[in-house]
Design a protein around this ligand. Structure first.
Ligand SMILES: [Zn+2]
Length: 409
């Protein structure tokens, strides 16, 4: 006889234990934020934790050629697998929830399904996508982009971090074989549906602890190089200077004004100055623009205007087109969860990448302050547990009756 209360109490306990285990990993003592960048020691610790969770539950564990970790309840070879999960890496000084909430909830939901006897025999996969945030090599969702072929393997291998180390070398150092990168057709063909649970990164859920994603805004990253001439800050007359810093400053203000009037988002969040000395006029300012909008045409026009006005040399480093999540799947989830809010997001996710290859949906867990990519990111425990219950409900339904593969995506 299944006791749902006992099952819920166990899920809560399991969630708390897993959360406590991950909490100290990669946490910076001064900022309190997380620095779990791809293929670093902190990342390796997170990955060891994932493997441990898989093995402790008797799940089949594997790492694919693109460095993503998988845990399977049954052999996915027969196809029709239902997959859930997220990522464990972080932005610089990120929060505890972005990514890990989806992975921890995935294991907790599986525990709940097993406890209530609802796991079924269809393969359920839990995934930890590698390098989702792109904090180290500059391109986000590397693991899922490689898996779906959206990111070229050669380009990925050649990406470098700020210390000049290539992604290929970093993977090798972490014991992975970078020659295995590339689209994973076989794996994709076995997945009937992917559901990613994620902490909300805004404050759009309001009174609802859970929501379902409708779409992801198109977004991209552009590198702006402002060139000048290094010189002495004390002896070079103001009128003789070729200082790229004022042009950069003007571009920051310009981007803000234009984004405001376009109803879009534009952020210069990363900047590198050469030679970066207090008493030296810079020779170069390199800054990265992150821009997003609901409408791709608006985004394109906005970035073109910012580029033109800046006078900088601009290179687009990454771009993710608008993602409309699978309509029938989205509606099914919203219905199953009793008509929870369905809302778009400006944040990119592995689910947005997977959506180009398999029916994909996302669940959001309420974030009371909306703060994300910051140590202050938070979700209340009852909301997290509501997320686990919702995910379990969704997985149970999909395992019983998977989405039939639609037309070519
Ligand atoms: Zn995330």
């Amino acid at each position: 006889m299944i006791d749902p209360e006992r099952a819920a109490a166990q899920a809560e306990e399991g969630f708390a234990r897993m959360w406590a285990e991950l909490l100290p990993v990669g946490r910076h003592s001064r900022s309190g934020g997380y620095r779990r960048h791809a293929w670093t020691a902190a990342d390796a610790e997170c990955r060891a934790w994932f493997e441990e969770q898989a093995r402790a539950r008797g799940l089949a564990y594997e790492v694919d050629g693109n460095g993503n970790q998988w845990a399977w309840s049954a052999d996915p070879a027969a196809g029709g697998a239902i997959v859930t999960g997220s990522h464990l890496d972080s932005v610089p000084d990120g929060g505890a929830f972005d990514g890990p909430l989806g992975v921890v909830s995935a294991f907790a939901a599986l525990d709940l399904l097993r406890e209530t006897g609802a796991a079924g025999s269809r393969p359920l996969g839990i995934v930890n996508f590698g390098d989702e945030e792109g904090a180290r090599f500059g391109v986000a969702c590397v693991g899922s982009r490689l898996m779906t072929g959206v990111l070229d393997a050669d380009r990925a291998r050649a990406l470098t971090d700020d210390g000049g180390m290539s992604l290929a070398a970093a993977m090798e150092k972490a014991g992975r074989d970078p020659s295995a990168l590339g689209r994973d057709e076989e794996r994709l063909s076995k997945i009937a549906a992917f559901v990613e649970l994620h902490v909300e990164q805004g404050r759009n859920l309001g009174d609802a602890p859970i929501g379902v994603a409708s779409a992801i805004w198109p977004h991209g990253r552009w590198r702006f190089d402002f060139h000048g001439q290094a010189n002495h800050a004390g002896t070079t007359r103001m009128e003789d200077r070729r200082d790229p810093m004022p042009a950069f400053a003007a571009a920051v203000l310009d981007a803000r004004e234009r984004a405001l009037s376009a109803g879009a988002l534009a952020t210069f969040g990363k900047v590198a100055v050469e030679p970066n000395g207090t008493n030296a006029i810079p020779s170069r300012v390199t800054a990265w623009l992150d821009s997003r909008a609901a409408d791709p045409a608006v985004l394109e026009a906005l970035v073109a205007e910012i580029t033109r006005a800046s006078g900088a040399e601009v290179v687009r480093e990454s771009y993710t087109p608008v993602v409309d999540f699978d309509g029938p799947l989205r509606d099914r989830l919203a219905g199953l969860l009793g008509g929870v809010p369905v809302l778009p997001t400006g944040a990119g996710h592995d689910a947005g990448i997977l959506a180009s290859a398999v029916p994909t949906a996302m669940l959001f867990v309420r974030n009371p302050t909306g703060v994300s990519h910051s140590p202050e990111e938070h979700a209340e425990r009852p909301d997290c547990l509501a997320g686990v219950a919702a995910l379990a409900r969704v997985l149970e339904d999909l395992l019983a009756d998977p989405v039939s593969p639609g037309p070519a995506r």
